[in-house]
Design a protein around this ligand. Structure first.
Ligand SMILES: CCCCCCCCCCC/C=C/C(=O)SCCNC(=O)CCNC(=O)[C@H](O)C(C)(C)COP(=O)(O)OP(=O)(O)OC[C@H]1O[C@@H](n2cnc3c(N)ncnc32)[C@H](O)[C@@H]1OP(=O)(O)O
Length: 291
């Protein structure tokens, strides 16, 4: 027993002295790599932040990405950033929308956290006082379109990408707050037509109905247009701007503040339905087969 204790003491001394050596730090950092960041933030000299979704291959929105995006927006607000440009690290997809794997055969707790994180991050983006622009450099279906719609201005790379709230095509109904965002951008009539058909718009079609504000031919141009949009606010008194944005977006903000719990319950009840689970499984299979 005494020998065991002595050995343990020797080992403890050895490891505690090892703890600070470069070798130990190297070994420790090798065994515990930091998880890759799913959202990166670059602030330029003018104080404008480019927030890049970076979850290959398609930036599907899982809890981790949504959480990071929410934290990034809060940090940028605290740092008085002059503008946010939301874009993607992919060359062909802005975001594929909600991560279907978060909804397929889920644990109740995870599902609830997923939806609550989506609600909170959406509200942070939708109501932030910072000017926001989506530089949409790829396809933006469903939840991807929602993120773009939550910004104040949308510049999209064309002509080959598509955007829209396609939920009815998947046999589901877009939540009310998704619909409010579409109405905000294109008006009630166009929103009704787009949503009931679950239409995915080409870049040119999206421009025609006001779903996007500008079509450009590459990401660099999209970022330049976004910077131009943000620059105009340098001359506008910030309090007046903030209050106007908050006021004009009142319907969506109020909806979420008053209905978050009911919205969560409706989502949780729906997703666990056997027919929805079966549909999600088939959808995932179909996506794999279409490769
Ligand atoms: C169907 C949802 C029912 C849920 C019921 C609850 C209802 C409440 C929620 C209502 C609101 C829902 C909002 C949503 O956002 S639902 C998600 C809708 N999104 C889509 O339908 C987009 C699907 N994806 C695509 O169309 C294409 O992937 C895309 C055009 C974006 C890109 O095409 P590309 O050819 O470049 O890439 P692949 O299709 O080969 O995909 C690569 C891999 O990524 C996987 N993938 C794609 N999209 C998703 C996704 N949304 N979630 C999870 N995984 C996704 C795809 O399977 C490939 O995986 P593998 O490499 O493993 O095969």
């Amino acid at each position: 027993m005494a020998v065991v204790c002595r050995n343990l003491r020797a080992f403890a001394q050895k490891t505690s002295s090892l703890r600070c050596t470069p070798n130990f730090l190297r070994l420790y950092s090798q065994s515990k790599p930091a998880p890759p960041k799913l959202v990166t933030v670059d602030v330029d000299k003018a104080g404008v932040a480019t927030v890049t979704l970076d979850r290959p291959p398609v930036n599907s929105l899982n809890t981790g990405l949504l959480e990071e995006l929410g934290v990034a927006i809060k940090d940028l607000e605290a740092n008085k950033t002059r503008g946010i440009i939301l874009t993607s690290s992919s060359n062909s997809v802005f975001s594929a929308g909600l991560d279907i794997l978060e909804m397929y055969e889920p644990k109740k707790q995870n599902l609830s956290l997923f939806w609550t994180t989506l609600q909170n991050t959406w509200l942070s983006l939708y109501r932030t006082s910072i000017p926001t622009v989506a530089a949409i450099n790829g396809h933006a279906p469903a939840g991807g379109c929602l993120l773009a719609l939550s910004c104040e201005y949308r510049v999209m790379v064309g002509p080959k990408f598509t955007i829209g709230l396609n939920e009815t095509q998947l046999g589901i109904v877009a939540p009310q707050w998704f619909m409010i965002c579409m109405k905000d951008a294109v008006g009630r009539r166009q929103a009704e037509m787009a949503l009931t058909a679950g239409k995915m718009f080409s870049t040119q079609e999206a421009l025609n109905i006001g779903l996007i504000d500008k079509m450009v031919s590459n990401k660099e141009e999209a970022i330049a247009e976004a910077q131009k949009f943000i620059a105009q606010f340098a001359k506008i008194p910030p309090l007046a701007r903030r209050m106007t944005k908050e006021s004009i977006r009142q319907e969506g903000i109020k909806y979420m503040e008053e209905n978050a719990i009911d919205d969560l319950k409706a989502f949780m009840d729906l997703v666990v339905q056997p027919n929805i689970q079966k549909g999600l499984g088939m959808y995932l299979e179909a996506m794999k087969k279409s490769k």
